[in-house]
Design a protein around this ligand. Sequence first.
Ligand code: SF4
Length: 490
Amino acid sequence: MAGKAGLSKSLILKGMQCPKALYLQKNPPDFEIPEDPAREAKFKAGHEVGILAQQLFPGGTEVPFEGLSVPEQIKQTRQLIDSGAEVIYEASFEYDGIFVKVDILVRDGDAWQIHEVKMSTSVKEVNLNDVAIQFYVLGQAGLLISAAYLVHINNQYVRQGEVDVQQLFSSQDVLEEAVARQAGLPELIDGLRTDLLGGEPQIDIGPHCSDPYDCDFIPYCWQHIPENSIFDLRGNGVKKWGLYEQGIIRFDQIPLEMLNKNQRHQVEATLNQEDSIDNDAVAAFLDTLWYPLYHLDFETFNTAIPKFDGTRPYQQVPFQYSLHVQKTAGAEPEHHEFLAEPGDDPRRQLIEQLLDLIPENGCVLTYNQTFEKSVLRDFADLFPDLAFEIGKRLENVRDLMVPFRRRDVYRWQMRGSYSIKEVLPAMVPGLSYNGMAVADGMAAMQAYHDMCAMKPGEDLEQLRRAMLEYCQLDTLAMVLVLEKLSKVAS
Ligand code: SF4
């Protein structure tokens, strides 16, 4: 295939999202793209799901990616087919310089079934293209395809005991869609190859940068977008790409009448570095709280494959909390915390401890009550014997986010956001999450997974300390923000 650029299924999909992304992948720019730990974690999780899905068709043989060259993988696949294999995992094929691996290939008489595994809970357009490319290459390589399925996670499944793979996965027949996409594929692939022969494609940024996936090259292509741009506007209301096409990028270029009330407020406050406060509204909010006050924050994880009994795929499962208790207004807070031991189901111990600490009549302060309330409700469903007690605490949950969401108090440094990550440094200058080893909920979730995967001798204590420090700051932030709120209101 002299002269033709070698492609893989994922490179073609990348090129379908943006030919420039494909070009940059093949010709890396002289620019350091920061590592993205979330992408790596997602890749690992997807791999785990793929391995588990193999149990849907047990007894197959895997063609490994590691340790074998592409020609060796293709040769091994051919040998398995010729020797009568019924099921092949990661079966590898090439046609016209296009390399694909099929998650699960199942013999069906004289033909074969394609089973492509995804960790999502539904089928997306990009997945149909994925299967279509496999169908194309396998067909051209001489295989008759009788069926093509997208195997995805069934989010209604509830784990009880060992994972039931038949229940965890749902399969959707996508043969028709794969066939319908065949006619356009050769031309599309030729077009991508032609693009690769030129220099870096002149493609501007656009909605395609995050559809269907966040592109790896955003840091490179978005260098010309300054701070306080139309892309920093919060909420809906104005068509950002429409403004961009008109050359309107910075806040000071935006005609204010185009913006909704909150966005206008954000832009004006930023440009004039202006704060605002509605003292009566803040005072009314503070009147809804009482002492003793229990500042509460949970950390949760979710996984495609439920980890514990009674949980569904992607259900938020708590593994940590931080609690700062203030007996009276302005009193020095007492701190309590819980962090699960690696691998154990922590839920019963966690909720029992919390119910001991928070009395029935305590005011429970959260930041974004929807989340903490849903965690408490899940506890009540899981432990009916505690449901009444939990219900009592639920009645007393209050939300410190409310005055910030309503913009009763607004500091221009909040950048239109009411997330605690923006509110804390704006309200309590000098204190922020910057530089922490674990600095947000996603990182905490990843730290929990890392902790569960640690081997003896690895520095578990250092990781636990980082997790505890982060969660503690979440509730300490609430104590300090509330204190500040009381001061500014008076
Ligand atoms: S950041 Fe946007 S324009 Fe740049 S390569 Fe990615 S999708 Fe294309």
